[in-house]
Design a protein around this ligand. Structure first.
Ligand SMILES: *[C@@H]1O[C@H](CO)[C@@H](O)[C@H](O)[C@H]1NC(C)=O
Ligand SMILES: *[C@@H]1O[C@H](CO)[C@@H](O)[C@H](O)[C@H]1NC(C)=O
Ligand SMILES: *[C@@H]1O[C@H](CO)[C@@H](O)[C@H](O)[C@H]1NC(C)=O
Ligand SMILES: *[C@@H]1O[C@H](CO)[C@@H](O)[C@H](O)[C@H]1NC(C)=O
Length: 292
């Protein structure tokens, strides 16, 4: 009897292994309602996992986020391809919360939402060699909507390319009061190329996507020590660098170094920068001229 059981298990294992041999995880095979709102199925979610690697996987057309991490520590994500149509809602590429020690390298993401989203309690994340587009860029937040949230800190984004995305380097916090103070700090972006991106550099502390934030008040999130270094490329919008910081918690220690952003097309409209409630410094060439 036991021998039969072992044999059957072995057969099941072989069939399973064959099925997954191609390393392509197509969520459509699991019959989701693929409209981005009817259910919240993630393609691949890991929670309470430490010291693990995710390597060499393709994820196609997730129902919601492609890969999520919650309460994870020391995870590497390498050589991944993540694909969903540019118009598909809520299909974040990699999304993480309350996680730390995350290393993302050599990942190609085309999606309808954030390529990478780092929300509540994300710490010590290194992202390099990511190609993002289409999509909404690499985002810190959204954050600070007055639920129980934790600080975000020590994020390093290096050598990434953004093409045809709405944003590239975005920090977004809700225009909402908080019952305890929150911080987003120690964030470095360097060696970044943008191609035909709407908003390349964006701190939006008046984030209120559905326009329904009740009494819109200044964001309670304090953003500090953010460094932008060697950012170049082309911009589809009118504003290259947009710092729209909180009136009650101005952004602090924001630094711009070697910024070279031009218009995608020969429009007569000038490309400008916008600064409100931001303190910091710049060095090296600045196109358009820094407003910090
Ligand atoms: C992961 O590491 C954290 C911090 O050391 C620990 O508290 C947690 O129990 C670990 N989780 C697992 C599933 O081992
Ligand atoms: C994660 O890696 C750091 C640095 O190597 C180490 O100190 C820490 O103990 C690791 N965490 C876990 C849960 O093993
Ligand atoms: C990120 O890079 C910093 C500086 O090089 C390093 O100290 C840290 O351990 C790295 N963390 C991860 C998760 O790769
Ligand atoms: C930077 O990214 C590009 C494209 O993703 C890659 O070809 C190149 O090797 C990367 N450079 C470094 C120094 O990692």
């Amino acid at each position: 009897m036991a021998r039969w059981l072992i044999l059957i298990c072995l057969l099941v294992c072989i069939v399973e292994a064959r099925r997954h041999r191609s390393n392509v995880y197509n969520v459509r095979n699991y019959h989701p309602i693929a409209d981005g709102k009817n259910d919240d199925t993630k393609a691949m979610g890991i929670a309470f996992v430490n010291n693990s690697n995710i390597n060499g996987i393709s994820s196609i057309n997730s129902q919601n986020a492609h890969i999520t991490m919650y309460m994870c520590e020391n995870i590497t994500l390498t050589q991944l391809t993540i694909t969903a149509p540019g118009h598909s809602p809520n299909t974040d590429g990699i999304k993480m919360a309350r996680s730390q020690g995350i290393y993302i390298n050599n990942v190609h993401i085309a999606t309808g939402d954030d390529c990478v989203a780092m929300i509540t309690g994300t710490k010590n994340v290194n992202i390099s060699n990511v190609y993002c587009g289409p999509g909404h860029g690499i985002s810190v937040g959204s954050f600070g909507s007055n639920t129980d949230e934790f600080d975000i800190q020590d994020i390093h984004v290096k050598n990434c390319t953004f093409k045809d995305t709405s944003n590239a380097l975005r920090i977004k916090t809700w225009a909402s009061p908080l019952n305890h103070p929150l911080k987003a700090s120690n964030i470095v972006y360097e060696d970044i190329i943008v191609i035909d991106v709407e908003h390349p550099i964006n701190i939006d502390q008046e984030y209120c996507p559905s326009g329904n934030c009740g009494n819109k008040v200044p964001s309670g999130v304090k953003i500090s020590n953010v460094r932008y270094r060697n950012i170049r490329g082309t911009c589809k919008g009118d504003v290259a660098v947009n710092f729209q910081c909180s009136e009650s918690n101005p952004c602090q220690d924001i630094s711009l170094e070697n910024i070279d952003l031009k218009r995608s097309t020969n429009s007569r409209q000038k490309l400008t920068n916008h600064c409100s409630n931001v303190k910091g410094a710049f060095s090296g060439p600045q196109f358009p001229p820094a407003c910090i």
